[in-house]
Design a protein around this ligand. Structure first.
Ligand code: ADP
Length: 219
């Protein structure tokens, strides 16, 4: 069971991906994390990617497609995987079809997690993450608050805010989502793979919904 998560910014793709990884051994491929790894290399490409991400704009298709292809060729394809943040536009979806065909694999379901623009903004402004283990926390949500403020529960690293979690970058990210990412919904509906869920509930409620959709629940 391979899946794609599509959602507006801060709908919880990263949070649910990480739960699926821990609970059901899915491989998590996050476009944002892959790009942040490139930024951390400090190369000229990394600096360029950093500038674009800070503004909330999209990275060039060719770069992101190559990075995702390279991840897909490195993982164990006998295990289920989830793509989080890729594809984000029709062109990327078409490119993904080619990559998957070459690897002789399929995506089985596309999960669209829907939240309102206002909910997303609130979450963006409360989000802090662990730069080392990538765990996501949110000071706006008691379910997602770290035990000791500012420190990761899992690896004790100091938590940081994301550079693109500003009100200005959020506006850009949301506009791009409306114009470029939403058309993917129709695309995947046409392929009979789309399932829409309401992302405004608690993490527990939304995750249970995802488990039911995937038919993976084992307790
Ligand atoms: P969110 O889903 O909350 O917006 P991500 O971590 O998935 O956060 O993405 C952060 C940023 O990384 C995006 O705003 C964009 O700059 C870049 N990015 C992520 N995925 C893609 C993609 N598929 N194509 C181009 N740029 C991307």
């Amino acid at each position: 069971m391979n899946i794609i998560f599509i959602a507006p910014p801060a709908a919880g793709k990263g949070t649910y991906s990480s739960l699926l990884k821990t609970k059901y051994n899915f491989t998590h491929i996050s476009a944002g994390d892959v790009l942040r790894e490139v930024v951390n290399t400090g190369t000229p490409l990394g600096e360029e990617v950093n500038k674009i991400m800070k503004r909330g704009e999209m990275i060039n298709d060719e770069i992101i497609c190559k990075l995702i292809e390279s991840k897909l060729t490195q993982i164990d394809l006998s295990k289920p995987f989830m793509l989080d943040g890729f594809p984000r536009k029709i062109n990327q979806a078409l490119e993904l079809e080619k990559i998957l065909n070459n690897l002789k694999i399929n995506v089985d379901k596309v999960i669209f997690i829907n939240i309102t623009k206002e909910t997303g903004l609130k979450r963006i402004l409360g989000r802090i993450t662990c730069p080392v283990c990538k765990r996501i926390y949110n000071l706006e949500n008691p379910e997602l608050t770290p035990k000791n403020i500012g420190v990761c529960d899992d690896c004790s690293t100091e938590l940081t805010g994301r550079k693109d979690d500003t009100k200005e970058a959020y506006e850009t990210r949301y506009d791009i989502y409306m114009n470029e990412t939403l058309p993917l919904i129709e695309y995947y509906k046409g392929h009979d793979k789309l399932v829409e869920i309401d992302g405004s509930g608690t993490v527990e409620e939304v995750f249970e919904n995802i488990e039911n959709i995937l038919g993976v629940k084992n307790d």
